[in-house]
Design a protein around this ligand. Structure first.
Ligand code: PHE
Length: 367
């Protein structure tokens, strides 16, 4: 004897009971109501109204029922299928409307959104700071001078009255280039630009020179083997120390605001005579009694060291072809990095050099 060759075997058909059809209908309606979107509804349609759905199978069984039961069962299953199809149609309409509405919202283009969402970089504070400093002097009619960072030993030292055996040479820990007999160094200060300027121009000379310098310093919070200086040089008739003091006072005010005094302390540089270290009135405590004692910036001094300066040594003028009987001049040199640290309260020099864009970005809006 062969087995049944389809799911439907009239021999095994049980009469379709009202509760069974009702349960199929309820299950279908519940699934339809629960379908959250059109995709889910498609699956529900397949499961509850498709060819293999319980109600479709039930429909097929009707033919195998005894004739007296067919009519009733046919009505029951037919009504259930009708209700399911109706519910499907109604749900489809609702979900289609919802879908359309959502698409309208999701696909809206906001034409007011900014088009450029890429984060912008910013110029480095050393660059903007150097320009700011140069501008202070350009506004007084000075010019910006430049020189190479790989410099002749003679211009870095000898022309500035720092002979080969001059003890001050050891004050500046020099990077020498190979071969040594070429006498080329990484400039240890911006002062060789003084010599270059005097050798190529005739007075009156009013120049400012911001630039990079190198010394074999350890890299720490206040030292770096590469840093920046700004050099100033004036050579004209009748120039005195008073002009130097006035220019530096103006520079300090431009950098740190009104009420910043400067102070000269006697010092020594071979290329200036007399020479001085220039100090700034501490920009935090301003030397005010009661505050200066506990000030951590100037360590209770009321003053902070800013740079070196002096009247150009006549020997330097002579070495650069300028008549010291007719002309006098002054020069100064400051650390730009140091100036910016004071100006912006930067406590670690390394922040300036480590290239974290978040650091530079904070200065990006300064004008
Ligand atoms: N060049 C000096 C230094 O680097 C600073 C300086 C410049 C001093 C000009 C006097 C005049 O220490």
């Amino acid at each position: 004897m062969s087995g049944p060759n389809s799911d439907y075997d009239p021999v095994e058909v049980t009469p379709l009971k009202a509760e069974e059809v009702e349960a199929m209908r309820e299950a279908a309606l519940a699934a339809i109501a629960a379908a959250a979107d059109l995709d889910q509804l498609k699956e529900v349609r397949l499961a509850h109204a498709g060819d293999r759905s319980p109600l479709a199978l039930a429909n097929r069984e009707i033919g195998a029922l005894p004739p007296q039961a067919r009519k009733e069962a046919g009505q029951r299953v037919g009504q259930a299928r009708g209700a399911v199809n109706q519910a499907l149609a109604a749900r489809t309409e609702v979900l289609e409307a919802e879908h359309e509405e959502r698409m309208l919202v999701e696909e809206t283009v906001d034409v007011t959104l900014p088009v450029d969402r890429l984060p912008r970089g910013s110029r480095h504070p050393i660059t903007t700071g150097s320009e700011l400093i140069a501008d202070v002097f350009v506004a007084m009619g000075w010019e910006v001078a430049e020189g190479p960072v790989v410099e002749a030993e003679w211009l870095n030292f000898d022309a500035l009255n720092l002979g080969a055996d001059h003890p001050a040479r050891t004050m500046q820990d020099t990077f020498w280039t190979e071969p040594a007999d070429h006498h080329v160094v990484l400039r240890t200060h911006t002062s060789p630009v003084q010599a270059r300027t005097m050798l190529t121009r005739t007075p009156p000379i009013y120049v400012v020179c911001p630039g990079r310098v190198f010394r074999t310093d350890e890299y720490d919070a206040t030292h770096s083997p590469m840093f920046h200086q700004v050099e100033g040089l004036v050579v004209d008739e009748g120039i005195t120390m008073a002009h130097l003091k006035g220019s530096l006072d103006h520079f300090a005010t431009a950098m740190f605001g009104e009420g910043i005094d400067t102070r000269f302390r006697p010092s020594y540089f071979p290329f200036t005579e007399p020479s001085a270290e220039v100090d700034l009135r501490c920009f935090v405590c301003r030397g005010v009694a009661g505050e200066v004692e506990t000030c951590r910036t100037c360590r209770g001094e009321g003053w902070i060291e800013w740079g070196g300066c002096g009247v150009v040594n006549p020997r330097v003028l002579t070495a650069c072809g300028i008549d010291p009987e007719r002309y006098t001049g002054f020069a100064f040199g400051m650390g730009i990095d140091r100036t910016l640290m004071f100006r912006h309260g930067i406590t670690d020099l390394r922040d300036i050099f480590e290239g974290d864009v978040r650091f530079a970005a904070a200065f990006g809006t300064e004008i």
